[in-house]
Ligand binder design. Structure first.
Ligand SMILES: C[S@@+](CC[C@H](N)C(=O)[O-])C[C@H]1O[C@@H](n2cnc3c(N)ncnc32)[C@H](O)[C@@H]1O
Length: 391
């Protein structure tokens, strides 16, 4: 994670601009919080830098919740911030900043909003979930230039590496997104995808709720696959195979195919390792057979009746509130200026919570940096947040 360690820095008047970076406001810790936060805008994308006080120095880095990818956006933001704040730098890890490939492939890195607003439907679509080193994704993309590939991953170094490879290989048909694939599928239009690959998902034997494959995931997959479309699960874990196969069998109308130790079109890094160790590799292919009803997923996350008012901040209860199928947890509060606050909040479903901020002023309230995704649990939480903050 890019960071700068400084002996000291000077606060400067905000908003201020340096290079492509606008520094908008600074938030001071108020309730449960320790660090200061600085709001940054780069090419319309907003995020926060965190200034963490240690004994006699400060660490400046990206705030985890609003963190943007690729990493060079953060590195440049830190450099520009330090220029304005005249940082007395003790140490930084920005030297490894490589310009070039990531920037060139920037157009292939997409935020969730891109897919929610305008999901591409003009081409055949193949999705790879948890692409890791990207060997399979890149191979398939170069052999199928007419197909649009969407690679979903949550491991940032893998995303960086694959973006570089996309530029090196001059691929034009791969979009990469840093997102939890289980939630991503909720926003994919019905009957729109031809293939979904899940190769060597983490088995999570001790934390099964974190597994990619679940009953609700399989139902989403069935909905997004067009009739004839196929999900391909490959695993070296017999336990995971048994668990997943049992779930696939519970579906009413699908075609299932199981194979063992067949030679793949291209083997991934994991596969190579397991084959060297002589492990068995299992494949399950599930083919969708029917058309699914269209997806309804629009919701307006603007608040009509929420704004700062006297005693609202003091009344915030930071204990998590648990409801039947969602929760709301006001975690921390920061003060930006008189009558302007930033509230860190988590909410939504228990296994896929949303972490974000609410910017609250006399003029109104909005999520910072972007609206949550319109899942049912988030919509319920949004309504509850207004109720709780209005007392
Ligand atoms: C064991 S690795 C396999 C990587 C690659 N498919 C291969 O065969 O080499 C599993 C990958 O899935 C990613 N992953 C785990 N949970 C995920 C999720 N919910 N959404 C997207 N990616 C996920 C991990 O970050 C990791 O890179």
């Amino acid at each position: 994670m890019p960071h700068i360690v400084v002996k000291n820095y000077k606060e400067f008047s905000l908003p201020a601009k340096s290079g492509e970076y606008e520094f908008l406001w600074m938030a001071q810790p108020l309730i449960n919080a320790k660090s200061k936060l600085v709001a940054v805008r780069w090419k319309g994308r907003e995020f926060l830098l965190e200034i963490k006080r240690k004994e006699d120095y400060y660490i400046i880095k990206s705030d985890k919740i609003t963190r943007v990818s690729p990493n060079y956006i953060i590195k440049e933001a830190l450099k520009n911030f330090c220029q304005l704040a005249q940082c007395e730098v003790l140490y930084d890890n920005l030297a490894a900043l490589k310009k070039g490939h990531s920037r060139k492939s920037e157009e292939f890195f997409k935020e969730i909003d891109f897919f929610i607003k305008d999901f591409p439907t003009d081409k055949e679509i193949w999705i790879e979930i948890g692409f890791g080193s990207g060997r399979h994704l890149l191979y398939q993309a170069s052999w199928h230039p007419e197909t649009l590939f969407i690679g979903i991953e949550i491991h940032k170094p893998s995303i960086e590496q694959v973006l570089k490879q996309i530029a090196i290989k001059k691929l034009k048909n791969v979009y990469v997104i840093d997102y939890d694939a289980r939630v991503f599928l909720e926003f994919v239009p019905s009957n729109s995808v031809a293939k979904i690959f899940v190769h060597f998902p983490v088995p999570w034997d001790k934390k099964p709720h974190r597994r990619v494959i679940s009953k609700s995931f399989i139902q989403e997959v069935k909905r997004v696959l067009k009739p004839g479309g196929v999900l391909e699960l490959r695993t070296d874990s017999r336990l995971y195979f048994d668990y997943a196969f049992d779930l696939f069998l519970q579906e009413k109308r699908v075609k299932l195919e199981v194979t063992k130790n067949i030679e793949p079109v291209i083997s991934s890094k994991y596969e190579d390792r397991w084959i060297r160790l002589g492990k068995d590799i299992y494949d399950i292919r599930m083919q969708a057979l029917e058309l699914s009803p269209p997806l309804q997923n629009s919701f307006d996350f603007r608040w009509q009746n929420l704004h700062y008012k006297e005693a609202l901040i003091e009344a915030i209860d930071t204990k998590p509130k648990v409801y039947e199928d969602f929760f709301v947890h006001f975690e921390r509060v920061y003060k930006i200026e008189e009558k302007k606050y930033l509230i860190e909040v988590s909410f939504g479903s228990f296994d896929r919570p949303e972490h974000t901020y609410i910017l609250l002023s006399q003029d109104g309230a909005r999520y910072f940096p972007i609206n949550p995704i319109p899942s049912q649990a988030n919509i319920k939480s949004h309504k509850k947040i207004e109720e709780l903050l209005n007392g």
